[in-house]
Design a protein around this ligand. Sequence first.
Ligand code: MG
Length: 402
Amino acid sequence: MEEAGSLTAAIIVAGGIGARARQADMTDLPKQYQMLAGQPVIAHTLQAFLASPDIDIAQPVIAAGAEEIYQQAVAGLENEKLLPPVTGGATRQQSVRHGLEALHGRGVSRVLVHDAARPFVTNQITGNVIRALTEHKAVIAAVPVTSTLKKVSHGTGIITDTVDRDSVWQAQTPQGFDYEELRHLHGKYHDLELTDDAALFEHDGQSVAICQGDARNIKITLPEDFDLAESFMRMTQTYEFRTGQGFDVHRFETGDGVTLCGITIPHDRKLKGHSDADVAMHALTDAILGAIGEGDIGFHFPPSDPQWRGASSKVFLEKACDLVRARRGQLTHCDLTIICEQPKVNPHRDEMRATLAEIMNCDLDRISVKATTTEKLGFTGREEGISALATATVKLPEGAQA
Ligand code: MG
């Protein structure tokens, strides 16, 4: 690392409460470790800094006891910019100080301090802070206040004044600083408890500039903030579409009916198979598993396992749909073709679609069921068995981990 220092670092403060972080109950986790659009909040935040061309290294600061939950949250984010986490202190101020000390000797000239619970930080905001740092030693992202603000007297609940809105800004993070100066002030005022890092400069009589933040750069503080965050995520999240295919064949044997798409159709034979031999549902399940690269039915439900003997194929399809949901994906469309001479499928198509829609928990118009014959040719033509073909398209959030 350079001696003089030319790097820009980001300290991501994820202090939280370590004791609570150790509990298994997700609802008790600090906000930065809770899930947002399929990923922990802190993973979104770190990704934003790791993807920023203006940031050279990122230093997370976590609570004592939160090591394990942190490692789970950032699995897959390994990157040469991302330093191992350091343990914070009893207050936010102490935590930032630990982060600053950890960066000492790494050639850092500028440092941005950011809340882990602000996942909507953008390259634009980070860039605004860093550009302003060429002229100022301390800069914070902020947004103008749009609401009318009233001063209210304590106790009486009576308005004493209307605040001039033009002079009031709402502070956000990142807050950017000259690294050595911030480190110096943290040492100098370590016995004072101040709201944020900008307050150290203010307390020292130094000027702090503001630059344009973003109204969407919210800090997730209350449970209800997740609703707003999810809707922001929907606006900013990009998706990719993947298509999978499935194919299956089952032969006829002595019996009195076949199961296709969960519907039992009376017939003079039945399909042979380990489960209920629902050839159509098997093809569809494989198509969905194929779209998300999750192997095939045989991988998840080995035929050698006696527990699947005579099982309803509904279990397989539900599993495939659960795997899509686990990746915050959505089944966009599936198309199924059943190939046989007998029994006639068309009279049952609507019931088949409705049954699949219910099992898959999706809209009817996302499911297509078709039937065809092979003009008496081949094994289906000779009525030795039934085959089925399927495609499935799923929409997956880009950047989400499997
Ligand atoms: Mg099969």
